[in-house]
Design a protein around this ligand. Structure first.
Ligand SMILES: Nc1nc2c(ncn2[C@@H]2O[C@H](COP(=O)(O)OP(=O)(O)OP(=O)(O)O)[C@@H](O)[C@H]2O)c(=O)[nH]1
Ligand SMILES: [Mg+2]
Length: 212
């Protein structure tokens, strides 16, 4: 398990196509006036030893946020697992913590809670589980959020093998390892901490929701 924040590299996943936003670069869309990826860097930065952004377009713009930018090693937008792979290949700390660029309100104690749960469960991977509103209404239900993962670099060979064979689903890969799901549903947890924006309308709604 990570012993100190310095053992962890925080990686912002911003390498997607943003198709549901009309193909724009999601990480550069603004939330309360700040580009989403910069938001994530600011939120995760204090929790970890170093930060990087994983992006595939507009690299100079991402570089202007003051952290290294690593594009996917696999071509053609292979999905978030391509970002995990790049992170594990290039990071110089024993641990990697991934967050997506489109969930600007994730908790300020994300890293420490994942690390604590990992140690307690003696697991290899810690993954967030967060309340999600149900489409049909009713009370929110806990769901795994696979893009929020704390993982050790010694899983690189395993992930490489999985992706070379064509594997693309995060949870299909993490199922090969001892994975602890870490619930973020305490009374003092913000219920919207893991709300994400897939469309520009959802992003605007998230801003106004929080402004209330
Ligand atoms: N590195 C990398 N990250 C990706 C890739 N595809 C998605 N992601 C990231 O994974 C996270 C969740 O993905 P989505 O919410 O589906 O984002 P997206 O793929 O850009 O958007 P859609 O095209 O609308 O699905 C986001 O942070 C994306 O940036 C990819 O091919 N490479
Ligand atoms: Mg996608």
């Amino acid at each position: 398990m990570p012993h100190v924040a310095a053992d962890i590299t925080g990686l912002v996943l911003a390498g997607g196509r943003g198709s549901r936003m009309g193909g724009v670069d999601k990480g550069l869309q603004t939330f309360n006036g700040t580009p989403l990826a910069r938001h994530a860097v600011q939120r995760l930065g204090p929790q970890v030893g170093r930060m990087v952004i994983n992006a595939n377009r507009n690299l100079p713009t991402y570089e202007s946020f003051g952290v290294p930018v690593w594009p996917d090693g696999i071509a053609d937008y292979a999905g978030p697992l391509a970002g995990f792979l790049t992170g594990l290949e290039r990071c110089q700390t024993p641990w990697l913590l991934t967050v997506p660029c489109d969930t600007p309100l994730f908790p300020p104690d994300l890293a420490s809670r994942l690390a604590d749960a990992l140690a307690q469960a003696d697991a290899e991977i810690a993954m967030v589980s967060a309340p999600e509103p149900q489409d049909e209404g009713g009370p929110p239900v806990l769901r795994a959020q696979p893009v929020f993962c704390l993982l050790p670099v010694n899983l690189l060979a395993s992930l490489r093998e999985f992706t070379v064979a064509g594997g693309r689903k995060i949870d299909a890969w993490t199922a090969r390892h001892r994975t602890v799901l870490v619930p973020f549903d305490r009374e003092d947890d913000a219920p919207d901490a893991f709300f994400n924006a897939n469309t520009l309308a959802e992003l605007a709604a998230l801003e106004t929701h929080r402004a209330k």
